[in-house]
Design a protein around this ligand. Sequence first.
Ligand SMILES: [Zn+2]
Length: 638
Amino acid sequence: MRDGLQVVAFRVEHIGAVVVLVVDAADPRRPVVPAARGERRLVESVDGLAIGGPEGDVHRAARLTPLREEEVGLALERVARAFDEVHRQLVAERGERLDVEGLRGLDVGDVECDVIDHRCAFLLFVILENGTVRTMDASLPVARAVAIAGEWVAGGVGTHETALASPDRVDLGGRCVMPGFSDAHVHFPSWALAQREVRLEDTSSLDETLRRVADAVGSVEPGRWLRGRGWRSGDWSPPVEPTRQALDAVTGDTPTALTARDYHSLWLNSAALAQADGELAVDGGVVEVDDDGRPTGVLREESAWLFRDRYLLGSDDEFVDAMRDGLRIAASRGVTSVHDKDGWLGAPRFWQRIAADGGLSLRVWQSLPYDFVGRLEELGLRSGLGDDLLRIGYLKVFMDGTLGSRTARLLDGSGVQITSREELAEIVRTGARGGWPVAVHAIGDLANRDALDAFEETRDVWAPLGLRPRIEHAQLLAEEDIPRFGQLGVTASVQFSHAPSDRDIADRNWTGMTDRAYAYRSLLDAGAVVANGSDAPIEELDPLAGIRAGVLRTLDERDAWHPEQAVTVEEAFEATIITPAWLARDERRRGKLLPGYLADLVVLDRDPLAIEPEELPEVEIVATMVGGRWTHNPPPWD
Ligand SMILES: [Zn+2]
């Protein structure tokens, strides 16, 4: 950064034509990549510094920074040389996409500018036309078409169609295009593996659960674990708690581990318990015991997680395999980016393996457990490390347990404390030194208050750095704490699906308190930034399902649960598209379909913003694109 010069943007506009723009002050509300245009603004039109298009996409401050001509010349020379090389290849490989690694990280002269838009130098032109394009930008909410050049949105049709060499034209046939969906809270490797386990989510009694487990035992190879997930004893009738004896009866000596739906309890049979050799108790954990003081087979919180970490983790190959399938499922649901929470499990190395052979088909904003912070600091690693697809972004902390396990920490004194207010404040301070924002799991009203207190106490440390802290779940809130999210600038990273999905348990465990539970409307009205995720595998990784849940507040034929807390369709999409991009510091290149934004988009069979909310369940994903590449169901569609 020199003398206020912030950005040099350049791109191949046609084959052989290069546009260079020097922007001395980028407007934070605008992308810096210029729209593709017909006129050739070649390097020679640079004319000192006053170059570039007059397009509104680039804000130019009134006074340009004086920069010596030879400095600009040097920069442009290097750019031109690089593009010469690209041009030679383009001529040879016209029609094919090309990653030009030589351009990656090119530093332009001595001016230390950020160089952007250089990954895919050969711009594949595509125009999606004859539909409704929801840009998610208030200045131009709807367009009839969108032009895509390489990885980027180039603009709406009208300006561009005549300019593009020979664009592919895709007839939307009245369909709708929106920016791709983000899932702001997902345990992707766990979810992917869970697709292959015994699923118990919809079991309504202990007997039904055991029957399903019994059916699966035969398929387990000798010496392997039988894994399952999704049980919730609160859903069972007659009401009964799970025991190892019940499980033993159907599993025999096949070690069996069934994770509760909320992930905070683990139900083991005797063969599984035997592997732990009695070492089950741990701080912050619960080992349920029977009248004789012997383990019932149910472990909660830290005890459950310790057991899982020691005995239950899948192999890297298992995870990577499952994740490849998972990526296909995610794409089929319109997902173009995820905020992953499985850093503790080794997610970064799984993603890297997948990325290494070009299989990473969505963008990842990855968390790491907060206790990595010391090592990160030692290595000098800062938030944002990575590339366009995979970045290590934030630290993850737990304040308390969950609703289902009755371990959420409440103002009435119940629940389990995993991290104290003081500890969290210290974590936030340490994280901030390396530029790491903190995402903290808090479910109970006391856990949320402690988290807000810690963020408030440390605000002068993280706020000036522009860090974007977040509370995950924010499920039960004291009335007076609701406005604090907006006041402090702490994002409520919620899961719209949890409200209707938890309604029965919440009515039971939080009797008399549910008017301040899952209070998404109140949060928004009080000025909070709200992001939406699935918490998959707890709910399904399916943004449209989350959006429906947020708007309709019901999953079945029952009336809406606390409909006064419903969000609008627009708000639900904003929480699923724009806010997660902002949390990942990508607000200037993702979350909108504006020129210069990444071409991450989803095609829907109809415009969800133009129908009655009751019709939302009928909206279907047609196709998904990430960075200009179709990741699900490429056209034509008829
Ligand atoms: Zn989670």
